[in-house]
Write a protein of this length. Sequence first.
Length: 361
Amino acid sequence: MNQVNGRTVVVTALLLLALWAAAGADLAAAQNFKPEYKLSVVPGPDTAWGMGAQRFADLVRERTGGRVNIKVYYSGQLFAGQQTNEFQLVRTGVADFSFASTINWSPQVPQLNLFSLPFFFESYEELEAVLNGETGRLLEERLAQLGVTVLGWGENGFREFSNSVRPVRRPEDMQGIKARVVGSQIYIDTFRALGANPTAMNWSEALTAFQQGVVDGQENPLTGIYIPSRLWEVHPYVTMWHYTIDPLIIAVSTRVWNTFPEDVRQIIAEVAKEVEVYQRALSRAGLDGGRSVELLREMGEPVEIEDPIAFLEDLGVTVVQLTPEDRAAFRAATQSVTERWTQIIGEDLVRQAEADKAAAR
């Protein structure tokens, strides 16, 4: 072999080695991605909650070039009807992602009961100040310690009360009403303090109980659950009491998050922030003075019901709007619940939330 031919062979061999190494690197990178990533969500696809989850999955798939293929599992399919099991599924990586209610995770993460303190939040602005402030940072830090990475915050909305018995304007109007609540003790304590008879059950069971008249009422966001579930057919009385609010956590299992390369993490984080704005607007549409309706229009998103209150009143629903004095009466009636649960949540965290809320006033 002459010197030229020898040099050619060496160069060719080096090129082949480089190509082999690159192909191996690409294969290794590809092997880091699963064929499907599971995203858990409680309600169905026709809710603001479900629509936000689907938009997140679609945008992540599109912007990662199909590398992160997320499938949304609606209606609690992954936790077999036990909503409070969802957190454990995410932290262990059984569910890769979640669009989760703080309520359902609060049995395992007591600090999340902050959002369920009765009559604690007055406005959307107060909620945003808490989530964007030091309180939100502390909550995200706690979830990270438990194996869950927070990507953003959506919203199921203020939880209102509907029932089949009577209009509710004062605490005494709650006397004896049998109400479905989520499986979190703070909700049971709150309704007992108001003289109602709370019963915890999963949502899939609740709909049948309402239709059969076994349960008189329920508490859920108006546009998030009441209207999509057509509850006006069984509950003709609605009280807009804003007694708690229900943030949604856009989350990923940390063990799953750590398998993604940096560029993919950046894409997913950016999508989460974008979906955060979209999903909150869906949840608030018609309930925040028209701001969210206008925002959705700018996004090219049609809003079917621009005035939910007028929509329900046209159907014959009695909608009670509480005055500040009415809310003060409910707050006083549930003060013992607030005091007890402040100790469980952590007094320092509650005080920090009070400080963050004050910044929004």
